[in-house]
Design a protein around this ligand. Structure first.
Ligand code: SF4
Ligand code: SF4
Length: 443
């Protein structure tokens, strides 16, 4: 374990399965149905874990200003070699990265939401070539798990408690590392937690992308969302571990066939041998402190584990979005203008039940929708679809004609434009002789 010694290099911990069997192998074994039983140490019950996690998150939420100040002061005092900056929003963070890039155009990012969702659009708009090194490591050729019900119960496979610290890195290596040379690119990596007290940064890694980027990038920028700062190192470690415990199934569900390859890091040029590698740390607010003031305060508790994705019935409708889709990220995108609506949510509550912090995402989606409507009014689609009785009355009054019209493709297209109902939808058949009419005649 770590002792409390002072070091000029920022302590960085990467968490991954501690067993020889790595998680990608485990994933492939599960996909192939030939899994091996792994030895798992006894873990406390999930309810105990959830309770402890909630305590850590609520503590962080209640003292975030203090924790941010403490983190900055400790970084400046203990690690003057680390360049620390605070960014109010994504534009400031992207501006900072652009300034320090010094003409380097290639950026490798990890799959964290703070980077892949919040910073990536700005980085692309600023002309960087952005590589997602996490996706580049997938070697699964065929998507075999299509739905939750195809997924083997991980606890039965002894895979739920496998996360533990297996690598400790103390800062980024200045010397030429043995397993790869520094290359001329920037790694922008969203951390999963950081301790304000001793400044240890934690990452959860399923493959080896983060480890490689920390070893090989000429400049490393660690991005810390305000919500990732907790007081103690053991709390930061616990929070990161929870992401693995609760998010494992979502990771397997999210496995895609081999994605399109980007620029290969190994092909990038080498920086001058005498040039020191740089470590930067960006503390990013980007609306988080505003969240704390309002009705979406609960979102600050989120650890980004993606468990809310597991049973969501609408997740398959979002295969083409350019961010990691989860109910939580969907709401975030809507709140910050990346999604135009959140109407697709069925408010089925599955995400709330799966969330280890029981964040009421369906309730928050309602609130977001109400806010939007009170600001922008109801769309014509909503007004029309909000009058099902009137629509049904009109349909039955003109039943034979209405039914025939609905079979004509030329009518369906304007219907889609006016009502928002997809032209491929089969609407129920209207009957002129309604039950009431029939009852009156036969009573
Ligand atoms: S409430 Fe909405 S976002 Fe949550 S699981 Fe159901 S459909 Fe998905
Ligand atoms: S909202 Fe989703 S990502 Fe956030 S903690 Fe809950 S399950 Fe995890």
């Amino acid at each position: 374990m770590i002792n409390g010694e002072m070091s000029k290099d920022l302590p960085i911990w990467i968490m991954e399965p501690e067993l020889t069997e790595k998680r990608d192998l485990a994933a492939r074994k599960l996909l192939e149905g030939g899994q091996k039983k792994a030895h798992i140490p006894q873990t406390p019950s999930l309810d105990d874990i959830k309770q402890q996690l909630k305590g850590i998150r609520e503590d962080a939420l209640s003292q975030i200003d203090h924790l941010t100040r403490e983190l900055k002061a400790n970084l400046n005092q203990k690690y003057p070699g680390v360049k620390v900056t605070q960014a109010r929003d994504e534009a400031e963070a992207v501006g900072y990265i652009t300034r320090i890039s010094d003409g380097t155009r290639t950026i490798s990012i990890n799959n964290s939401s703070v980077v892949s969702q919040e910073l990536k659009p700005g980085l692309l708009a600023s002309g960087f070539n952005v590589i997602n090194s996490y996706l580049d490591e997938f070697e699964v050729k065929e998507r075999k798990i299509l739905d939750y019900w195809d997924l083997p119960r991980l606890e039965e496979k002894n895979l739920s408690g496998t996360f533990n610290v297996s690598i400790k890195m103390a800062g980024i290596d200045q010397s030429h590392p043995t397993d790869g040379k520094p290359r001329k690119y920037l790694a922008v990596l969203g951390a999963n937690a950081i301790s304000a007290e001793d400044t240890t940064a934690f990452f959860l890694e399923h493959f080896s992308n983060i480890h490689k980027d920390l070893k090989e990038a000429e400049k490393v920028v660690i991005v810390i969302g305000l919500d990732k700062i907790v007081k103690h190192r053991q709390d930061a470690a616990f929070q990161t571990k929870c992401m693995g415990i609760f998010g494992m199934e979502s990771i397997l569900l999210g496995i895609q066939p081999e994605p399109k390859r980007g620029i290969a890091i190994a092909g990038l040029s080498l920086p001058p041998a005498d040039k020191e590698r740089e470590l930067h740390l960006v503390i990013l607010d980007n609306g988080r402190s505003k969240l704390l003031e309002g009705k979406f305060r609960e979102l600050f508790l989120c650890i980004g584990c993606r468990a809310c994705n597991k049973h969501c019935p609408i997740r398959h409708s979002f295969t083409n979005v350019d961010y990691v889709w989860t109910p939580r990220n969907y709401l975030n995108q809507f709140l910050y203008g990346g999604e135009k609506s959140i109407d697709i949510c069925l408010h089925c509550e599955a995400c709330r039940l799966e969330c280890p912090l029981q964040i009421d995402l369906p309730g928050l989606m309602w609130k977001a929708k109400i806010d939007y409507i009170s600001k922008h009014g109801r769309s014509f689609h909503h007004v029309i679809l909000g009058m099902p009785e009137l629509l049904a009355k009109l349909g039955t009054a003109f039943a034979p004609l209405a039914n025939r019209m609905m079979d004509i493709g030329l009518v369906r297209a304007p219907m889609e434009i006016i009502t928002g109902v997809d032209r491929k939808t089969r609407l129920p058949v209207f009957h002129f002789n309604t039950f009431r009419r029939w009852f009156k005649q036969h009573a």
